[in-house]
Design a protein around this ligand. Sequence first.
Ligand code: HEC
Length: 104
Amino acid sequence: MKRFVFFLGIIGSVWACSSASAGEPEVDGHQVYKSYCISCHGANGKMGVSGAFDLTASTLSLDERVLVITNGRNAMASFKTLLPPKKIRAVAEYTMQLKAEGTQ
Ligand code: HEC
């Protein structure tokens, strides 16, 4: 019986993940940013530690940002092994918002 319940739990979580990636990301990109990106890019995206780009000035599209965050580029770390694609997308979306705020 315990095994069965455990198995249901697995199915439930797999289902939850796949359905979430199809719809709106419910991952908070701001949280991901605070945990993984602030150390180099700063809270407002402009800090630029060790040559990090000013994210408010970035002209990259959302997809290009997802690629840079996933695979890294020069001194920018790769987050492929740290973050699932859903979180990478959420944080990339958050950096687009930094741009919007920076130009106001
Ligand atoms: C170890 C420091 C460091 C961390 C941590 C870091 N970055 Fe970067 N980031 C960089 C550097 C350095 C560059 C410039 C790369 C280059 O010279 O090509 C960069 C570039 C970028 C770019 C490309 C900007 C452009 O216009 O080309 C994006 C987008 C980006 N970072 C997002 C993030 C996000 C989101 C996170 C957190 C998940 C993050 N970075 C964490 C150092 C960092």
